[in-house]
Write a protein that binds this ligand. Sequence first.
Ligand code: G1P
Length: 259
Amino acid sequence: MKNVQSITKGVIPAAGLGKRFWPVTKIIPKELLPIVTKPSIHMVLEEANHSGLKDIVLIVALAKKSFFDHLHDFFPQMNFHFVEQREPFGLGHAVGLAEKKVEEEPFVVLLPDVIIDHETTVTQQLIQNFQTIQKSVCAAERVPKEKVHLYGVYDIASSEGKLHKAKGVIEKPNAEKAPSDLGVAGRYLFTPDIFPLLTDTKPGYGGEIQLADAMNILAKREALYAYEFEGRHFDIGHPQGFIQAIDYYGKKEYGNGLD
Ligand code: G1P
């Protein structure tokens, strides 16, 4: 692949059923649940925009597409491409659907149920690493033992400071089987090499096509790096993380005087 310095494409999988937030997500997509005043997808798009991404591929369930029509008004500088995911076959399947729109370029995947606050966005941090190594590089964070079963977990071959070369990834292992304490954290920068691997990936954990399983093959056949990012991370895909994010951003915006 030729040397690439500028990354302009982002993929946001937004077709999940949001079961952890039923019944509200039966009515509205979970990506529109507000962190105080902003739908969470706006926060992720602000990160994408601030990081120089221009073309955003949103993977959506068609029934909910109209909910996202307002995004053009709030992010006029970005182009939105909608791709339908008809069945909830999993995160790996959703990302694979973006192939035609991404067109052979390195791209960033931003999970909308992960919000990370830092002056240099995580996407920028991944891009900076990519500019040097020119290989797929994804966000990583240290995860306590009792929580590794909630994450994809990297198997690490070697490390240089916060940048680790992975030799594999296991989706949601139990604590005894986890190959490290470095979890996959919801931001991924991939070369297009990931697409044929996603096409070949069979259903794995939970009967779904897992992005982590394709990353595992990528690490073994091509190259995959894990970068321990700087920033405060909220997993708003779980009610507890969602409440923490509201508390954090609420205080950031309105201060502590909530009485
Ligand atoms: C997904 C991925 C997992 C990753 C996590 C990060 O899981 O499958 O590998 O570690 O996002 O948030 P989910 O949280 O959607 O169950």
